[in-house]
Write a protein that binds this ligand. Structure first.
Ligand code: SF4
Length: 229
């Protein structure tokens, strides 16, 4: 499992995949990466410290992810990240959170005291597909409400049951409202949620230009950031 990498296109940054407590939600129908969650603090701190030791600050930008939300990292890991930010002169931090923590995001941003881009797994703006099919429990009622707390939605494309219309709407909303975002092409995993190869093929033809858009990270494979397995 790779836990440190560098993203060298678009917003250049170091990225670390840390180990966290179980995701507060843990029920998304497409998710099997919560298997990386841990309840052993000793194990989490050991791994996280080893990974964070590799951060050099070379780009001034750091992204911290885990198989849950930033809020599920141990307190000691949050303190370590804050110390690294100061030591390595990091000016921008990316982290992620589930919607359930939306009211705590401001406080977490303030804790780090630098520019923060908070990502959220929206997967799709189609409310039914997001919450009933993917069981995401991201219950925002409007884009305006979402933007009050989060800066950067992560969207997923190419899932069976998704339609071209849904994806077109998602890409329109993304481009009209967000200066940062992540588009991930779905890859089959151990869950019952399956990829729609024809939809992926259509998407890659229609939206190839988004791969070059400096505002959006584009993951054809979940490991394209260089972390994970
Ligand atoms: S919120 Fe993220 S980590 Fe938690 S179950 Fe859903 S996809 Fe998995």
């Amino acid at each position: 499992m790779e836990r440190y990498s560098e993203i060298t296109n678009k917003i250049k940054r170091e990225i670390v995949l840390l180990k966290a407590r179980p995701c507060i939600w843990s029920k998304c129908s497409f998710c099997d990466y919560i298997e990386d969650n841990s309840t052993c603090k000793e194990e989490m701190l050991k791994i996280n410290n080893e990974v964070l030791d590799q951060v050099t600050g070379k780009y001034g930008v750091l992204e911290v992810i885990d198989s849950a939300s930033i809020f599920e990292l141990p307190k000691e890991t949050l303190q370590r990240i804050k110390a690294i930010i100061e030591d390595k002169k990091i000016h921008t931090l990316f982290f992620e959170s589930h919607w359930l923590y939306h009211q705590k995001v401001k406080e977490m941003k303030a804790y780090f005291g630098i520019q923060v881009i908070c990502k959220i797994g929206v997967e799709t703006f189609d409310e039914h597909f997001r919450n009933d099919v993917l069981n995401k429990n991201a219950a925002f009622t409007s884009i305006e409400e979402l933007k009050q707390y989060f800066d950067s939605p992560c969207l997923m494309v190419g899932i069976q049951g998704q339609t071209q219309e849904m994806i077109k709407k998602d890409m329109d909303i993304l481009q009209a409202n967000f200066n940062h975002g992540t588009i991930s092409v779905y890859r089959n995993n151990t869950t019952a949620i399956k990829r729609d190869d024809a939809l992926v093929e259509w998407f890659m033809q229609q939206y190839a230009y988004l791969k070059e858009d400096p505002r959006y990270d584009f993951l054809y494979d979940p490991t394209d950031f260089g972390v994970g397995d």
